[in-house]
Write a protein that binds this ligand. Sequence first.
Ligand code: ADP
Length: 598
Amino acid sequence: MSGDKKKPQEMPEESTSAGFTPLRGLLGLLWRHKLRLVAASLALIVTSMLQLSLGYGLQLLIDDGFAGGDPEGLRNAVVFIVAVGAAMAVGAMVRFYLVSWLGERVSADLRSAVFSNLVGLHPSYFESNQSGEIMSRLTTDTTLLQTLIGSSVSLAARNTLSLVGALILMLITNLKLSLIILVGVPLTLLPILFFGRRVRNLSNKSQQTIAEVGSHAGEILQSIKIVQSYNRETMEQTAFDRDVTIAFDVARARIRQRALLTGFAILLLVAAMAGMMWSGGQDVISGRMSGGEMGAFVFYAVMLGAAFATLSEVWGDLQRAAGAAERLMELLNETSVISDNGTDIPDIRSPIRFNKVTFSYPSRPDQPALTDFELSVPPGKSLALVGQSGAGKSTLFELLQRFYDPQQGSVSYGNYDLRQIPLAAWRERAALVPQSPVLFSGSVRYNIAYGKPDATDAEIESAARAAYAHDFISQLPEGYNSPLGAQGVRLSGGQRQRIAIARAVLKNPEILLLDEATSALDTESEFYVQQALAEIMHDRTTIIIAHRLSTIINADNIAVVDQGRVVATGTHNELLSTSPLYARLASLQFDQESGKPE
Ligand code: ADP
């Protein structure tokens, strides 16, 4: 199923060359919380200043406190240091709270924004983009950004401030020593430039491979029964292990580069520090500089070094986050190919028409699913679609619901192309009862009212009665409140179908699209489903993908579809004599029904 097609894709080239541009998209999200942003920045600046002033405290402590031999001087120095320390504690608390809050808030906003864009996208988007990978972007990538804003950005800003501040204070304190440090610093830039890019590329790749591992697992676990019934557990396990190993190898390569980066940076810094201490120590011995000044200078230099090392680490995080931001911005900027700029609201009870529709699915552009397709359904009438599997029947439903638009020709309602009608207004008019009903986790009530959340209990019950579902629902442990979905009560195929019918009934659509279940329902269920359908079809425009003789005989008209075209229309009896294909299908498919065990 999926075991052998997995290979980590290369990230598109742009993502490694876009730099930090994608992070700009985040600024808009941050700016929504500008008060907090400003307060957090203030707290950040103040704590950095305070931290720097500790160097001065150290100078006081050594020169006035220790070397001066004056208890007053010592006391003043200690008071100064304690006061600065206390202010730093408060500042750090405020900063931590606000910055982390911003990180959480922005990633939450981003998750919502991305999801809200995704639910409106054309369904074919999810055919070419595995939903597992999208899920992982929603969780992993947003978490990365949360870390970015909640910690990396703050760390970067703090350390940049420390770096600049320490540098200025160093220059003021001792020019010659500063120069020694300044020669060391550019040296450390070299490994950062060298390894930084590699780290970034590998990080992107690492994210991607992890996303693939996740979507692979999701796919297999969802299809667990097929996997087990074909005895493919070991093979799937092996394929999964292979994916995991690839992900690990990529991560290992990234870690190695990152480790080298950190090691080199620290080594070079220590070398510069040693030179500085050697030279500075000689100045103190010869009396050209006080011990306190030397102490303060070392303090600044250590701060500078630490800031630099932290920045080189955070640099990697920023790059990782830029990758994540870029992937999320892609999702955020994806637009639906189904246009929604129609403004016309047609009168009800108009005919539906397919006018020379030619349509191919985006994934198979050369193989039209419908070719010059012509069909018309008068209002209030029912039409049964009959044809072999793959003939194009479901595709008609897809086009009618505007999950796709035809490449040529048009689907119209009355005098309007569906594209001229606002999407929501159009979808409001039609309801689909699919072959395999989709039930969400939630109560029976929630599932029936899915298309009309404000429905009253009486409306819900009446829809359930019309769908012949009320009786069995009443017998469920919690009646209409019984939970459905993965953790919910188990319903038979026919019961699920009747809930889906009740959902459609409650919507009270003008147009009904029925995809009849092929799978055999038990006889009793089938009887009720048929009753329910007959009831709701009454006086509605109904198109049915028909699999049963009874449905076909009761339909006002029948269209025989073959290879994306209508090859014949008429009633059952007419078609038996005019359409050889229909006659064959009827004898193969429907005649068995008479011999079906009761
Ligand atoms: P039917 O409902 O009559 O069985 P369909 O409308 O599902 O037939 O399919 C018509 C043709 O379109 C078939 O060749 C099928 O393989 C193809 N097809 C259906 N759905 C898709 C899709 N999502 N992507 C690509 N091809 C599709």
